[in-house]
Design a protein around this ligand. Structure first.
Ligand code: RTP
Ligand code: MG
Length: 138
């Protein structure tokens, strides 16, 4: 089991000024930041990042949304990082998310749900490599 995961603060949350509060909750939950950048994806980059969802009905909407504003991408470290981070963010649909989770507090809808969290160790590594070169991480 790896001790790293990858996250993005999504455009809805950066646009509403929630970035600081979300990062604060992540750090207070015991994650340390091993790389971070504030950036904006092109449609092509968002499409490539979410290529696993290409056949899903929401793919077009997802790509539009994820390229619609700035995002904060980060590599996080903690024991049991992938599973613990998904517990911290809560269910994909904020209506189903536990009280106190990041999505419950900051997300508006299933599409615009404030944060991304990797779903496996393998994808955490792939997603971290998508955003960060060896020089940008430690
Ligand atoms: P994420 O990858 O962003 O951490 O979210 P997740 O694992 O909880 O959910 P996933 O199934 O991987 O879906 C990726 C993102 O697509 C959008 N989505 N929209 N309209 C819809 O029904 C729908 N379903 C998913 C969400 O932004 C979701 O986070
Ligand atoms: Mg996912």
């Amino acid at each position: 089991m790896s001790n790293r995961t990858f996250t993005m603060v999504k455009p809805d949350a950066t646009g509403k000024g929630y970035t600081g509060a979300i990062l604060d909750q992540i750090i207070k939950a015991g994650f340390s930041i091993k790389a971070m950048k504030w950036t904006k994806l092109t449609k092509e980059q968002a499409g490539e990042f979410y290529a696993v969802h290409k056949e899903r009905p929401f793919y077009g909407e997802l790509v539009e949304f994820m390229s619609s504003g700035t995002i904060v991408a980060a590599i996080l470290e903690k024991e049991n990082a992938v599973a613990d981070f998904r517990t911290l963010i809560g269910a994909t649909n904020p209506a189903n998310a536990e009280e106190g989770t990041i999505r419950k507090k900051f997300a508006a809808s299933v599409g615009e749900n404030a944060v991304h969290g990797s779903d496996s160790d393998e994808n955490a590594a792939i997603e971290g490599d998508f955003f960060f070169s060896a020089l940008e991480r430690f």
